[in-house]
Design a protein around this ligand. Sequence first.
Ligand code: FES
Length: 617
Amino acid sequence: MQTASNSHTMTKKLCRLEFEPIGRRGEADPDQTLLDSAHQLGVDIASICGGSGTCGRCKVQILSGRVSEVTKSEEKFAVGKNKIPPFRLACQAYPADDLKIHVPAESLTSKQRTLVEGLAVAFKPVPPVTTHTVRLDQADAGEINGDADHLLELLAGKFGLKAPTIDLKILSVLSPRLMARECSFEVAVRSNEVIALGPWPRHRLGLAVDLGTTKIAVYLVDLDSGETLVSRGCMNPQISMGEDVISRLTRAARSEKEAIRLQQLALGEINRVAHELCADLDLSPENILEAVIAGNTVMHHLLLNIPVERLGLAPYSPAIKQAVDIKARDLGLKTATGAYVHFLPNIAGFVGGDHVAMLLATGIHRPAGLILALDIGTNTEICLADGEKKTSVSCASGPAFEGAHIKFGMRAGEGAIEHLRLVGDEIEFQTVGGVPPIGLCGSGILDAMAQLYLGGVLDAGGKMGDHSRVRLNDDGMSEFELIDAAGRNGQPALTVTQKDIRELQLAKGAIRSGINLLLDHTGHASEEIDKIIIAGAFGSYIDVKSAVIVGMLPALPLDRFHQVGNAAGMGARLVLASQYHRKESQALAREINYFELAAAPQFAQVFSQSMYLGHEQ
Ligand code: FES
């Protein structure tokens, strides 16, 4: 393989790319990185750092053709060396020619385990949209009233709607249908506004979305019964523009173009999945009469494309906290003509509607002892409710438990070690899908830290000591060999490095310091906690014992821990199909006291104490 200089911008001739072994081909702009072109062509190359050249997850090999020269960022990952053909970082390399590119399996974001299941809460549906059947003859010739006036009068007279109005776009459908001698209509009404004309075969649908930083859960609900008909999880494609909320809001603040791209990435994926789910029911998105979106404050702002600058600066104020209702079409969400989308209210800059949804579904706002609820993710939100008062905090736990910045870290896709045990000198492990291991996902990483600590390989400060499996790597850093090269068909041994342990200590320290400062702020001790609710995908798959061993969670009897799966998704569905719960979510958001951890004088001390491994924190 040859390299070419960065003079790629000199030519505008499109380059033809061929990705192997996927067999995807297409044309690419030479001004675009290989990573961006790959994503455009539907090749899901991992990019944990959002293309900034710091995670090393986007390695590819150029089988033929010329590319730009190796950059400084790439040198850190020893690309361009030790391998024939050499590795390149797709986010740093530009095509200068037609290319044939090999994408190794570990560089692909394999199908991820995305969680849609979780808490099931029984409720009585009281949907915000009602439907009525009206008989409407075409206005007699010479009658002064128009078709819409006629319809609105009928709705007021027959169904008691007060001062009904009509979405103007309905007019373009109503009159032609009347002229075609159709006279019996099903009409969907929301807050006295006619938003759609039927018919709606079988189901009047509602769309609920839990929009996470990493994952999106999408549900189609029958608005009349409240039943969830179909659901699906997918990855948030905004990951290609940054792993965490800070990197994404930085990109959005940089230019309107990037903000729009972030919005369109999430929106496109929601529309795509909603369309697929409708197709599963043999229906079209026109049957969706209401949508609800629960996301953290950054996801909320990015999807609405409202200013995010203040979210990045103390005191991290949202542009808007209260619930937002807008026409779905104004957002670009595919639904019935005049349907609305409701965004749950935010609490603070880093505690948003998904936290409100989670609390609503778990019933934490109803008095039942001292309850701690956590949704662990790239950003971890924690709420302590003592029956009367509810206080929430947000911890920047980072993406380590998503596999980022961990040498063999990966998301919970096939081949990820999800659980492991150190038995004597042997490692027992289980992978997602039961296939040969290619890396460690969050629950496996947590187990690894707990097992190395229990086995005496790590001391309380996290320092790696002697063990038959500990060796020095090429950088002179200690690493623990989980699976040797022979066990990986000649691929490099799968290890946990001293640096990985430091990253994990930062993540678990952030979560534990959040818990401790919250307890301290509210005047409680950890022993008083009656129940710990752990929500979210990562929290659902972790071994709670491991979390307690490393000191991420308080050492309490295991029966006080409840792993509830995707509770935010359940909360979004409650808000979708029940006006009672919608009001409740707004009252709940107003009641929650937000406590800014970084403002606590003892923050630095508690955080550094929380980095230690073991029960005593
Ligand atoms: S190094 Fe290329 S995406 Fe992170």
